[in-house]
Write a protein that binds this ligand. Sequence first.
Ligand code: NAD
Length: 351
Amino acid sequence: MELNMCVLPGDGIGPEVTEQTVRLLEVVGQKFHHKLNFDYGLIGGAAYDETGQPLPDDTLDLCHNNDVTLLGAVGGPAWDHLPGDKRPEKGLLDLRQKLQVFANLRPIRYIPAVSKSSPLKSEYLEGVDLLVVRELTGGIYFGEKSKGIDKASDLCAYQRHEIERVIRVAAQMAKQRRGKLCSIDKANVLETSRFWREVSNKIMTNEFPEITLTHCLVDAAAAYLIQSAAQFDVIVTENMFGDILSDEASVLCGSLGLLPSASLGEGGVGLYEPVHGSAPDIAGKNLANPSGTMLSAALALRYSYSLTEEADAIDAAIDTVLQSGCMTKDLSPNDYVSTREFTDAVIQALG
Ligand code: NAD
């Protein structure tokens, strides 16, 4: 199979983690007999420095011309003084919106080898293997905004089709996993939540009768994620609740450096990126944990190319390396390997 990927290294540790992930992907390609083509583009502060724009048109064209986009991270103190529309983060928000990636997926799973990095006791973590699906392009973040001297407002609005499409993505994921979907809302107070519940019930009854759908209020869900996260399989929720809950859930498994994400649109469009930012404090020092980016690449193989065996091989190789005690500084501050050495170990574990 021929895989065409656009790589946007971005800023800070972005270039380090994407470089190592491309190394790993090349080896996966050789092992499983795929031809991988990589196109490189600028985004964020690096793009601003070169072109005056955080998301140049050329970059957007590259993303559109490839099957998937793999992004490192954007941002850093060098660009903090810029006006809002020139900031690196604006480039990323625009990219998500222009690619129309409406479903953001964050898998979170307990890895025993790194349980010490989690603030929770391992008895609360055992069995945790969940997927948060967050609606990414609607709701209060994109509603009409106003600010006066004594009053400000942000409108939260959802259209039927925006709810239907994200529920379908979440239900498909549940189908490939343990068959359970929990939709999170605030239906005791908000009209948008009552509508979300109505629309999701209808889609699930008509199209996915084999999936067990439950509903949970967002305040209760926030507590359950700490008390009993193992009960969840797939969680689906609107933009702002998803933003908050996915960050809460990310703490469960330890370091930010381990967490991948996928943002999916219609027709297989996919933007894959680690959850972490550009980590300016460790940038350029060969200290970053590349796992989040490698696992994001595995999600690209899984979701955009249906290459399950290849994706499983990456996940398993990272688990093996962590299990062996080989860790980057975020996971093992006193006895650690560099970004490159960690990648060497993952490549070796791939066999
Ligand atoms: P951050 O995620 O960059 O860093 C938070 C802490 O986690 C830091 O101590 C950092 O060293 C550590 N860390 C993060 N990723 C790591 C990795 N892979 N390996 C080891 N340690 C890692 O968040 P921040 O410090 O709040 O933000 C820094 C910059 O990144 C800001 O400019 C922010 O706007 C930007 N940011 C970008 C994204 C993105 O590109 N998606 C997301 C969040 C923040």
